[in-house]
Design a protein around this ligand. Sequence first.
Ligand code: UN1
Length: 496
Amino acid sequence: MNAREILSKFGVEATSGDHVVRSPIDGEEIGRVAFDNDASIQSKVAASVDAFRVWRDVPAPRRGELVRLFGEELRAHKELLGRLVTLENGKILQEGLGEVQEMIDICDFAVGLSRQLYGLAIASERPGHRMMEQWHAAGPVAVVSAFNFPVAVWAWNAALALVCGDPVIWKPSEKTPLAAIATQALFARAAKRFGSAPDELSQIVLGAREAGEALARDGRIPVVSATGSTAMGRALAPVVAARFGRAILELGGNNAMIVCPSAKLDLALRAILFAAVGTAGQRCTSLRRLFVHESIYDRLLEALKSSYARLAIGNPLDAGTLVGPLIDARAFEQMEHALAVAKDEGGRISGGGRALADRFLNAHYARPAIVEMSAQTDIVRRETFAPILYVMRYREFADALLEHNAVPQGLSSCIFTQDVSEAERFVAAAGSDCGIANVNIGPSGAEIGGAFGGEKETGGGRESGSDSWKAYMRRQTATINYSDALPLAQGIRFDL
Ligand code: UN1
């Protein structure tokens, strides 16, 4: 089934407008959309504010019911939406389906959460007083999402925002608007079954960078959650900060693995493959740096190279394909550029270069590359959104840890070891400086139950599980005096 047929199953179409959407699988046009202009963005934000006035008063468990219904729609349409993600983004079908599963999982999480938006009862220092901390809906939430997870990252934000009482305005990547349109259609079905959701509770704004900036500037939007490159975050965050809005940033990663002498190498190998070449290296959690102990370096590298040589690169819809195309020509050029720089900086490259150019003239399939480096040079410290794995050898664990943290990004990280002391050191305060630190698990493919995000240039935001929901609400400290006196805090006397 092609993109047009899938969209029509969802009761929508994307056939008119100036913006052409192409599949990275073969470069063919799969739809057209019209971008929003300033006036339409303004009126969508106004509608979101109206929706907020209604939605914040709906009891949270009832709001959860809407998210439950949305989760049902996703379950019923998982195959179709997963396929559309693959058609539009180029990730293999298994990962397209996995992405929809991630949406379903966060809906389930949010439904439970809708009955657990707990505040605190706090001991007051004054007699006859009670203090409490409670959480109220914040207001419209803008979600700016990236091409590489065209629907799941929106869902992490939207499912939480909706149970928290916030309407959502979604600016998807201009490379993947169709999956957003389809998702919105499913949401509309859920809203219809729910019966009493305010209009425009969830909206889409289509456009490029300017559309995201318009949302970032808008003082009616208290929370802007943005996922994408560090460059994008660097442009967007000051705009939100200038009006004292709250930005939840999930930006670049430069994720590493340390493989220790005691590691189970077969597990490490599988983890490396999934994390380094899965999604064609286009996850923010992709494995980009590998530190291997010198005693096992040759063995692991040989096994790795032989696995890379056997990777099935091809149409992501075909069963058996493990590596699909890069998103576009620019992504391929950036990969080639990084490899050229790495070579200049002393790297020994195996792999890389274009694959399947004869079969897919207008698409960009790349052979994943392994680059052996003798040091962590500039290019290694930069995030290139492509399947390039820089490999370095180490002797002392402490040095590996130091190098591990010596990059500007801080999203995900992992260690393979059977040595409890190495594992504990890695997750201790002086260990990995990343938001995610795994033991005997690769850096990608995080579950929704944990808080997702990272430090340094990754932006510091947390989305998805744990108590990330608090970022979508406003905190209120309320003190109630049920006595007949008016004692002042800090024992201050202020009598006439
Ligand atoms: C992203 O690449 O922006 O942990 C998100 C993972 C996925 C999400 C990645 N659950 O790899």
